[in-house]
Design a protein around this ligand. Sequence first.
Ligand SMILES: [Ca+2]
Ligand SMILES: [Ca+2]
Length: 223
Amino acid sequence: MLRSLFTGLSALTLAQTAAAGIVVSSYSMMDGAPLHGAYYDNLYNGNHGPDGWLSGGTGDLTDGVTSASVAAGYGAWAPYVMWDAQSPVILFDLGESYRLSRITSYFKYYAQAAVYMPGAMSLRFSSDGLHFGSSQLRTLSAAERLPGADNSDGVFELLNGSQAAGRYVELRLHNGPEQRWLALGEVVFEGSPGGPVQGVPEPGSAALALLALLGLGLQRRRA
Ligand SMILES: [Ca+2]
Ligand SMILES: [Ca+2]
């Protein structure tokens, strides 16, 4: 009985929190709206600039809680950070360089409260926090932007197969055509320590190049 209760509890916990990801050292961004004791980053433990700029800490976006029901009213949105008519940029510091295999974002959808999914998101990676690689755009499909009834979760994997490596990850949320609220609950990074792969041709492509050269040689010989 106890054990089954325990198993039930763990299952519940699993449903609400993400698989163990990389522990984010800090993230910086413009805070959410200062409304209802809930819309801003309630758990943020770093610096709160006078203009709403957060830096040097972590909070709602990395506490392991990926989803919560918001049916109970304004205060129930506390696990989320919410921005109105903005396209916020969040800079994550992973503490050391990683090769990332997965980046997952968790949003709340509630059309009646004008809370929508972003139209797109873009990522950039950096080893020093100053110089960034080219932007990788992840556009959400029409179906992804309608994850279900109000109070549904929008969960999106952001990587597109391009190389994703670095210590710093910049995530931009592009507001959708509604230009209203975005409610972000968590961003989870998965991967293994290591830097970007530097210009080493893969065995496959080297072999192909050799074959192409051989083919060229044969053609010349025939000519
Ligand atoms: Ca969270
Ligand atoms: Ca909050």
